[in-house]
Design a protein. Structure first.
Length: 98
């Protein structure tokens, strides 16, 4: 999700996969896949930049896999980070025997 600002100043999170078109008339209008239109304060260039960073974050996560530095520690939800069909990831230099 990418954060955007409505004209009244409220924040909204938009699923970038649902964006069909971004037009910059005097205001920036985002047309979603279902035909709904939203006005936002950001320029079309800023929306495109946020979309680019969102897509880039997906590709980085898919490429390197595993946990990211900004993920919560595994102690918060161990089941989320352990999967019976995948070996546990180890940090470089850890003892492989345990």
């Amino acid at each position: 999700m990418i954060p955007l600002t409505r004209p009244d100043g409220t924040s909204v999170l938009i699923n970038p996969d649902r964006i069909e078109l971004v037009e910059e008339t005097p205001d920036t209008v985002i047309t979603l896949a279902d035909g709904k239109k939203m006005l936002v304060r950001e320029t079309a260039t800023e929306v495109a930049t946020r979309f680019h960073y969102y897509q880039r974050s997906l590709h980085v996560d898919a490429r390197f896999g595993g946990r990211r530095a900004y993920d919560p520690p595994p102690e918060h939800d161990p089941a989320q980070y352990e999967h019976p069909n995948r070996a546990r990831l180890r940090a470089y230099g850890e003892n492989p025997r345990g």
